[in-house]
Design a protein around this ligand. Structure first.
Ligand SMILES: Cc1cc2nc3c(=O)[nH]c(=O)nc-3n(C[C@H](O)[C@H](O)[C@H](O)COP(=O)(O)OP(=O)(O)OC[C@H]3O[C@@H](n4cnc5c(N)ncnc54)[C@H](O)[C@@H]3O)c2cc1C
Length: 394
């Protein structure tokens, strides 16, 4: 029997994981990536146990763990008072509960492991500098045109082309909405970070309309920071390129934080910013022989550190359906979507709510802080729905 042929549009974390899962299910895969090379922008990534479970099933967990750090605690601090609000022990008991540890890794290390694994598989072809500009579903195949004039044809296409997905336009005219928040992120040498207890932890400092995330990477040889704040200059309708969320606003936003946070944020580069977008869950993300995956399907704010984790889960779920139903793409895609939509919608909505609570400067924020301070340090069961093994991944 002929192997089903797939085009995966986008060679990011989700697209490459899908290539591995689909190839393991017997597909011939062509990955088309718009960038000149397979590379990740930004620095650190938190990967919760649900992501490790996927990486294990893709056979790359050990390669990724080689470069990872395993924070002993996930700590939440008040960015204004400098007081600890709560923490989750992420040690042996946590790992035993979820089957896998919580870890942090440089994005490039994760992507390199995925690329290397793809190159080891004869059924996966990787092509960079291939920006897909049009997609035509003929009913019996899918044909794409790239910006360089080349064309590709396959039995079906997976749009793993991220937040501003071209494939998504075939399915919906809903555009991601601007959160009015912007992130500045980067790494620095650990020696430059002001000393305090718990630098090995994943620490989030929260305050009204801002937060700062900190953790070490690469066996502690680099230190990762992500600072996020709401731009007072943002006005409805402004796009990613407009003059809002500027370096001046960044400095002003963090001027009200405690001494420690104030001493850390100047170590972040001020020249590149990431405006943050989200979307309401779609009622469906498949049309004919085209389906979506990762940020293209369910763009979310990164407040639960789950965007990449969910893209990885999508990949394994799709692989499982390809394994079961081969080139019956109508069944594969509808089962994949039915399995993944409720969970990703919950993560999208929960991330938004979590952001509203942690960034609120009024009664909601005060209640949330009280909840954090009073929660039992022994009990992390509120994370079970996200981190524990669940049915939709089989
Ligand atoms: C500040 C910040 C911090 C985050 N932290 C975390 C975290 O700690 N943990 C976590 O799980 N998630 C985190 N996320 C979310 C995570 O980065 C994304 O959810 C994840 O990268 C999505 O992967 P993807 O493969 O779906 O899309 P992308 O990573 O966006 O990959 C899409 C790929 O498609 C390519 N492409 C685009 N258009 C085309 C085209 N027309 N033709 C061909 N190729 C195309 C792009 O070049 C890109 O390589 C964070 C996000 C931000 C902004």
């Amino acid at each position: 029997m002929k192997s089903p042929r797939l085009i995966i549009m986008g060679g990011g974390i989700g697209g490459l994981a899908t290539a591995l899962a689909a190839s393991a299910a017997g597909c011939e895969v062509q990955v088309l990536e718009k960038a000149e090379r397979f590379a990740e922008l930004g620095a650190g990534l938190q990967l919760a146990p649900n992501a490790s479970r996927v990486l294990q099933s893709l056979g790359i967990l050990d390669d990724v763990h080689k470069h990872a750090c395993f924070p002993p605690r996930l700590v939440c601090m008040d960015a204004i008072t400098g007081k600890q609000l709560t923490y989750v022990e992420a040690g042996a008991k946590f790992t035993e509960r979820y089957g896998y540890p919580y870890f942090v890794v440089h994005r490039a290390d994760l992507l390199d492991a995925e690329v290397a694994a793809c190159r080891r598989r004869s059924g996966i072809a990787l092509a960079s500098s291939k920006e897909v500009v049009s997609i035509a579903d003929t009913g019996s195949s899918v044909r794409v045109d790239c910006a360089d004039g080349s064309h590709y044809e396959a039995d079906a296409l997976i749009g793993a082309d991220g937040l501003w997905s071209t494939a998504r336009k075939l399915i919906t005219d809903q555009l991601p909405a601007c959160s009015e928040y912007v992130a500045y992120r980067g790494t620095t040498s650990p020696e430059r970070i002001p000393q305090r207890e718990g630098l090995d932890d994943m620490t989030i400092w929260i305050g009204p309309e801002l937060h700062l995330v900190q953790y070490p990477l690469r066996a502690g040889h680099v230190y990762n920071q992500v600072a996020v704040f709401r731009s007072p200059r943002y006005r409805a309708g402004m796009g990613a390129g407009d003059d809002w969320g500027t370096a001046e606003e960044f400095v002003a936003a963090f001027s009200k934080t405690c001494n420690y946070v104030r001493s850390c944020v100047p170590l972040l580069d001020h020249y590149r910013r990431w405006p943050m977008y989200f979307a309401e869950p779609l009622s469906g993300w498949t049309r004919g022989r085209v389906t979506l995956l990762g940020d293209a399907a369910h763009p979310m704010l990164q407040y639960l550190a789950q965007g990449a984790c969910q893209a990885l889960e999508d990949a394994v779920c799709l692989g499982r359906e390809l394994q079961a139903h081969g080139d019956d793409f109508a069944t594969v895609f509808s089962k994949y979507e039915a399995a993944r939509r409720p969970r990703t919608a919950r993560v999208q909505r929960s991330a938004l709510q979590f952001g509203e609570m942690k960034h609120d400067g009024g009664p909601l924020g005060a209640r949330f802080r009280r909840y954090l301070e009073e929660r039992s340090l022994e009990d992390c069961s509120e994370l079970d729905w996200l981190y524990a093994e669940h049915a939709d991944l089989g």
